[in-house]
Design a protein. Structure first.
Length: 339
């Protein structure tokens, strides 16, 4: 079956074609709105929605052309139903349902985080179930136990800012442009390790919860009390990133020990951070677990992960998903409620 995947939850328009007959991911394309939102220092929901409308059809046409397939060959249309920005979600949902209605094929609503959770399965060396997953992105920092499709158990999550939010807010404190996370990571490369000792929030809490707002506040106080010359800013960026990475790695190690599992999956935009990957790989080598990541181009929001999630649901729960999903979006949607 040929599945079209559509992702419009925030500021990236993603479209992909996935073949369940064995060919797998045939083609995908993503348009980022970073340049448009940069002037505002963050995502403007109304502008994001309008840009999805402009980009979605040309991207879809390009993906069909790249894959050498025709729209009439589609067997299903998958789309991000939530969570995300309501207006942005409605663009993808409307397009998916209209296309599915014309072609008389199922329209399958997918949870955005389930897409990220399963995205490493698109890599050349995919993990097998069960595994522990670290979902780490701009809006989410969660540890999940994954025993199969729709079999997710929350192990721990952030109590305030997500790791990605902390990256972006700290980048603003250091005078970096939007999007702040990647810019801070680049600046940290020239920082001197250990120059500033920042807190490691909840690293010894004895549970799998996270908290990053206090770390951001510590950076704010540090910046206010000093003359922020270029090397100082680089050193602060390095110390901040080291603190985030150390906490994430420690909590992952605790989760692996608590569950007794031997596979860790890291997904979400922050999962592309090179320092985090190096630390987790080293931790896994010491502790005896393997670490899996999506390809770097699939760490950010994309249609490929939505198409894959739909394909796996078709395989696992064929009778439930062959009916067209009800039209609607879920800006807030708990991953554990999936069935």
């Amino acid at each position: 079956m040929l599945i079209l995947g559509i992702e419009t939850s925030c500021d990236e328009t993603g479209v992909a074609l996935y073949d369940t007959a064995g060919a797998g991911l045939l083609a995908h394309a993503v348009h980022s709105q970073v340049a448009m939102h940069e002037a505002y220092g963050g995502v403007v929901p109304e502008l994001a929605s309008r840009d999805h409308i402009r980009r979605l059809i040309p991207l879809a046409r390009g993906v069909f052309g790249q894959a050498g397939r025709e729209i009439e060959q589609l067997g299903a249309v998958a789309y991000t139903e939530g969570p995300g920005l309501a207006g942005a979600l409605l663009v993808g949902t409307s397009f998916a349902h209209a296309l599915a209605l014309v072609l008389d094929v199922p329209a399958i609503g997918i949870h955005h985080l389930e897409g990220h959770l399963l995205s490493p399965l698109l890599s050349q060396h995919p993990p097998a179930f069960p595994f522990v997953a670290l979902l780490v992105s701009g809006g989410h920092t969660q540890l999940m136990r994954v025993d199969g499709i729709a079999r997710y158990a929350l192990l721990g999550e952030t109590q305030d800012d997500a790791a990605g939010e902390a990256f972006d807010k700290t980048a603003t404190l250091l005078g970096l442009s939007y999007p702040g996370g990647p810019a801070l990571a680049r600046l940290a490369e020239s920082g001197i390790p250990g120059r500033h000792r920042l807190p490691r929030p909840m690293i010894a809490s004895g549970d799998l919860e996270f908290s990053f707002s206090g770390l951001k506040t510590a950076v704010m106080l540090l910046v206010r009390a000093a003359d922020p010359d270029p090397q100082f800013r680089a050193d602060v960026a390095r110390s901040f990133q080291d603190a985030i990475v150390e906490v994430l790695a420690a909590k992952c190690a605790q989760a692996m020990e608590a569950t007794g599992l031997t596979r860790l999956v890291v997904a979400g935009g922050v999962g592309a951070n090179h320092a985090l990957r190096a630390r987790l790989d080293a931790q896994g080598a010491r502790s005896g677990f393997d670490v899996y990541y999506p390809e770097p181009e699939l760490c950010t929001d994309n249609g490929a992960m939505i198409a894959l999630a739909a394909a796996l649901r078709l395989q696992q729960q064929d009778r439930q998903v062959r009916k067209r999903s009800a039209f609607g979006v879920r800006p807030r949607w708990d991953l554990e409620t999936l069935t």
